[in-house]
Design a protein around this ligand. Structure first.
Ligand code: TYD
Length: 136
């Protein structure tokens, strides 16, 4: 069985002044890995649920930089739901976190920082396979 780690929600510092707010994310600091890839999910249609996978290697940091959405997390032992509704909330996902993203607000922009380049072979898209790899 693969090693398991816990997902966690981190508060990103807001640097505020009379002009507004600014938040900073640097690799190996608040994000606990080197950032190899950045992508963002936006203009998601109503009632769409996406994700439905875990990984073998890739770690990710999710931030809703606009709007809000929910993330269902399943680490093969327990499930929980996280609401991302502010740009100062960052969810660290471990490879063993099966995740589903849903309830996207129309203005939602979900920014994802990833530890590895895109590799379709790093995805576990079959739930039974996920339980085989990380369950028990
Ligand atoms: P997909 O994995 O289906 O998104 P989600 O997990 O959010 O449901 O990705 C949609 C498409 O984008 C799919 O064809 C794969 C492609 N893609 C890349 O080419 N590079 C990437 O880094 C990501 C995340 C997806």
């Amino acid at each position: 069985m693969e090693t398991k780690n816990e997902s966690r929600l981190i508060c990103v510092e807001q640097k505020g002044d009379e002009r507004g707010l600014l938040s900073v994310i640097e690799e190996n600091k608040i994000v606990p890995f080197e950032i190899k890839r950045v992508f963002y999910i936006y203009k998601t249609l109503p009632d769409i649920r996406r994700g439905y996978h875990a990984h073998y290697k890739t770690r990710q940091a999710l931030i809703c930089v606009a709007g809000n959405c929910k993330i269902l997390l399943d680490n093969a032992v327990s499930k929980r739901t996280v609401l991302l509704d502010s740009p100062d909330k960052m969810l660290i996902l471990e490879p063993n976190d099966w995740h589903e993203m849903y309830d996207f607000s129309p203005n939602c922009v979900l920014l994802v920082l990833a530890s590895h380049l895109y590799d379709a072979e790093d995805y576990i898209r079959d739930y039974e396979k996920f339980k085989e790899v990380y369950g028990g």
